[in-house]
Design a protein around this ligand. Structure first.
Ligand SMILES: Nc1ncnc2c1ncn2[C@@H]1O[C@H](COP(=O)(O)OP(=O)(O)OP(=O)(O)O)[C@@H](O)[C@H]1O
Length: 907
């Protein structure tokens, strides 16, 4: 599976859940996959056909979406096509029947009208799965119901033994059950991932439509365009789409339009040009939503409050799908909130109308929120999250708070006095002393609150009301088409502790609506983020190189008639700009570089990298930054390490040596302490050098349990001093373990994300010499457990020592001796032995083996999880180090092997 992943997609690791899902599908099990937008659901159905060498059928709701996917997959060397009314090539169907495709996309309409003979022939040729993408369309409870989806159950009878897979990014419990029932899924493996899109910044602003707002918006968008970043502006009306497009054109920004009243051809053309980066801004209605799969959209603007949080999540989910930090701003004005009637017009029943109203109210609350936006969004989808995400406007900006106890008392008191029968307008008008007919008829002018709030604007009071709603002092209830506002029990408690002269303090945020600064801050906050998607990880020259590479990729794509992102992703180009590989092997090892890319454009890329790097005076094969460039928070310091530290780090990270081996390395004048080696390594990690945390945790015995104990101790006594932390912990917890935990905490997202419970479950086994029990609960575990220590004792041992040049020289040790007794410096061999599959040859015979392409390949095949360079050198001791490395390099460039975490594996 991993070989397929690297070979076709260029990635060396699966994202959370992907591997499990692929395994289940390959086992023939039905699956329901509910994972965030952009989380990589497609890969779950794209990998199995390449592993099983049978066709995958994918049902997809939109022709344009299928065409995009087909275009991108073809660039990966995958045999793929689609069937729909738009398909002009009549041979596709026959080729499909002969099993000539890895993946065949089709619309639900097409799937339902294909004759039984098509399916029986395909069954004979071999089908490995039927995937239903955007599966929420099957449910009337979903926000995008499509009646044709309901008829897909017919296929279940025809393809009774083929695993069915439903995939969606938005599905409530009700919708999930609907999908399972409608598709007749059996014994379903349900994978529900987090909805959190960590790389997205969420922000909201209220605004006044007008030229000053437009000017600011255009300035903002220009910055993205200058940095070759794509933007989508979602509007709620066609009128807005046209007006904004016009303003952009007048400002000299090329932008496309997409809405329901455009002719099909014009819409397709617009979509096509955007996907191909022919223009970088798309102004659209929600018609341009589901399935838009351009990975490098950096900015999504909502111009007006969306109709529901579901659609907001879907549309903002088009942003940053490649995982690079991206920005979503929502601009709303109060007039948007009056659109409830308009949206309710779509309803077919009273229930549906209520559901639409409720969704719309939640979207309004999202707009007015003063607390963490991500937390609110995730809660809405039933997921708990920390109170503050640190990556939304409410978490990042310093908000001024004032004591608004008197105003809250007046507003809640007035709402209460009005009997809780009205929406917000009437109580607020009463407070502001209105003498309108409605107020006089209801005798609200007789209330003691009448006129007490006339010094503040109606919008000010509404902004206060929304804060009180979001803090549960007030509740909104939908009755038929109307909503009413009343005081909650929390609000009652507050009121009962108030007198007209005294109210307990109630600090609330002073929002821009309260200060009347609506347009002042439009888009200002993300200025830093918008400057350039990758600028924080680049030097100036590297940034220049990155932009040049983007340009070269565009040229290449135009020449091939495809989209630039289909050649390779922005993230891959970022890594190329950072590392500037000089050889095919180094280029091939970059995440996102697949075999097809190497074959088609490898030489061209290498020439271009070399030329541009020379122009910019950048050395080739620069230091790579493995801290994810996606999350802005953890930018590496990359300070210079002393030679001793750098050497230790290189031996460990690149050479695959253990800490013990480095401490006792024979080439050293005198051994150093293992603890010193650990310090060196931690320093390298802190300085942003690539670092294999899972292996490190295994080596220092930092289990999940120890890690959480240390976290608890830190929470209790702080992190300033080590001693108090140590005192809090059981005696066997070591200082290195504490230091490593502190550093992991400090480095944050990039490191700790891998401690997700699932990745912990996934990473079993170990490649170092610690006992079985210890290994079983390590925090980060990287390898499968194939061998126990016991099985090693029967193995013949080669003890390695090194000559002055660091070359390994084999020595013979008795075949029956225990590993532990036999050698202080045989860790590398232990690594290899432990990784060997149970059917691997029993004993190492001491021979001076020669390395050839085939001898290396056939030996590596015995090691499912790969072999470190040191092991390979030791095993093929009949060849020189240089010749072995040259061979490995060639094989890597040819995609015969691949290197992951310093281990070489057969592809
Ligand atoms: N294991 C991986 N490593 C790196 N990138 C990946 C991996 N899996 C998927 N991706 C990339 O993530 C991006 C989003 O993936 P994909 O289109 O499958 O998302 P999705 O979950 O189907 O989203 P949506 O529901 O919004 O359509 C793609 O550019 C894809 O190539």
């Amino acid at each position: 599976m991993e070989s397929v992943l690297k070979k076709y997609f260029g990635y060396s690791t699966f994202r959370p859940y992907q591997k499990e899902i692929v395994e289940q599908i390959l086992d023939g099990r039905d699956c329901l996959v509910v994972m965030a937008t952009g989380s990589g659901k497609s890969l779950c159905y794209q990998v199995p056909p390449l592993v099983a060498k049978k066709t995958a059928i994918v049902i997809s709701p939109l022709i344009s979406l299928m065409q995009d996917q087909v275009m991108a997959l073809k660039q990966r060397g995958i045999r793929v096509d689609y069937l729909s009314s738009a398909q002009t090539d009549s041979s596709v169907s026959q080729k499909a029947e002969r099993g000539e495709y890895d993946i065949l996309y089709m619309t639900p309409e097409k799937a339902c009208v294909l004759p039984p003979s098509f399916w029986s022939r395909l069954l004979i040729a071999g089908i490995c799965l039927l995937a239903v993408d955007e599966a929420h369309c099957i449910s009337e409870w979903g926000h995008d119901f499509r009646v044709e989806y309901k008829r897909l159950d017919k296929l279940r009878n025809i393809l009774s033994n083929v695993p069915f897979v439903g995939l969606t990014a938005t599905a409530t419990e009700k919708v999930r059950n609907d999908i399972i029932n409608s598709l007749k899924l059996k014994d379903t493996y349900v994978a529900v991932g987090s909805f959190d899109r960590q790389n997205l910044f969420y922000g909201v602003k209220s605004f006044n439509r007008g030229s000053s707002f437009f000017d600011k918006l255009i300035q903002e968008i220009s910055k993205y365009v200058e940095n070759s970043c794509s933007t989508i502006i979602y509007c709620t009306t066609i009128n807005d789409v046209e007006q904004i497009s016009k303003s952009l054109h007048q400002a000299g920004i090329r932008a496309g339009m997409y809405h329901g009243q455009m002719a099909n051809k014009a819409r397709e053309e617009s979509h096509r040009s955007f996907i191909r980066d022919e223009f970088l801004v798309m102004v659209a209605t929600v018609a341009f939503g589901m399935g838009i799969d351009k990975p490098n959209i950096r900015y999504v603007i909502h111009y007006g409050c969306p109709k529901s949080l579901e659609s907001y999540y879907q549309e903002s989910g088009r942003c940053g799908r490649d995982g690079i930090a991206s920005v979503c701003w929502l601009y709303y004005s109060r007039s948007d909130f009056a659109k409830a009637d308009y949206y309710c017009g779509e309803a077919h029943s009273a229930d549906q109308r209520r559901a639409i109203m409720e969704s719309f109210i939640c979207a309004q609350h999202y707009c007015m929120l003063t607390s963490c936006r991500r937390s609110y969004l995730l809660n809405y989808f039933g997921e708990n999250n920390a109170d503050r995400c640190g990556n939304c406007d409410n978490c990042t900006s310093e908000r001024k708070e004032n004591d608004m106890s008197r105003e809250s008392f007046l507003l809640m008191g007035c709402i209460q006095a009005c009997g809780g029968h009205y929406g917000l307008n009437l109580p607020i008008d009463t407070l502001r002393g209105s003498r309108s007919k409605k107020i006089l008829d209801a005798m609200l002018d007789k209330l003691p609150f009448h006129g007490l709030g006339k010094n503040l604007s109606a919008n000010w009071w509404k902004a206060l009301a929304h804060q009180l709603i979001s803090r549960d002092y007030l509740v909104e209830t939908v009755r038929d088409m109307y909503k009413t506002v009343s005081v909650s029990s929390k609000g009652q408690n507050f009121l009962s502790s108030c007198t007209p002269d005294h109210q307990p303090p109630l600090y609330l945020v002073v929002t821009s609506e309260m200060t009347g600064d609506e347009n002042k801050e439009a888009g200002e906050q993300d200025e830093e983020l918008s400057a350039s998607a990758g600028s924080h990880i680049f030097s100036q020259a590297e940034e220049e190189l990155y932009k040049m590479l983007l340009g070269e990729r565009t040229k290449l794509a135009r020449a091939r008639g495809t989209a630039p992102y289909a050649i390779c992703g922005d993230q891959t180009l970022q890594k190329i700009a950072l590392t500037r590989p000089s050889t095919k092997a180094r280029l091939a090892n970059i995440d996102g570089v697949n075999q097809h890319l190497m074959k088609m454009y490898g030489d061209q890329f290498l020439r271009c990298i070399q030329l541009l790097s020379q122009q910019l005076n950048l050395p080739m094969d620069g230091e790579s930054c493995t801290q994810s460039p996606l999350v802005k928070k953890a930018a590496p310091r990359l300070e210079k390490l002393t030679p001793a530290k750098l050497e230790a780090w290189k031996m460990w990270q690149e050479g695959g040596f253990t800490i013990q081996r480095i401490a006792n390395y024979p080439g050293r004048a005198a051994p150093i302490k293992e603890q010193t080696v650990i310090e060196y390594l931690l320093e390298a990690a802190r300085d942003g050098h690539p670092f294999d945390w899972p292996r490190f945790c295994v080596e220092i015995g930092l289990s999940k349990e120890v890690f959480s104990n240390i976290q608890e101790a830190i929470a209790k006594v702080g992190k300033e001093k080590l001693k108090p932390i140590k005192t809090e912990l059981p005696e066997d917890v070591t200082y290195p373990q504490i230091k490593a935990s502190l550093l992991m905490q400090e480095l944050g997202a990039g490191v700790l994300s891998s401690s997700h419970p699932l990745s912990y479950e996934k990473h079993r086994g170990s490649n170092v010499n610690i006992d079985k029990q210890e290994r079983s609960d390590c925090l980060f575990q990287t390898e499968e457990k194939h061998h126990t220590t016991e099985s090693l004792t029967s193995t013949g041992i080669i003890v390695s020592s090194g000559d002055k040049n660091g070359r390994t020289v084999p020595e013979i040790n008795g075949g029956s001796k225990s590993t532990k007794e036999s050698a202080p410096c045989n860790d590398d061999l232990l690594i290899a032995n432990k990784r060997r599959k149970s059917n691997a040859p029993e004993a190492e015979k001491v021979e001076f083996r020669e390395a050839t392409e085939s001898s290396i390949l056939s030996w590596l095949e015995n090691f499912e999880n790969g072999v470190a360079l040191a092991d390979i050198l030791m095993h093929f001791s009949g060849s020189t180090k240089e010749s072995i490395i040259e061979l490995l390099t060639d094989m890597e460039a040819e995609f015969l092997i691949f290197r992951k975490n310093s281990m070489y594996k057969v592809m």
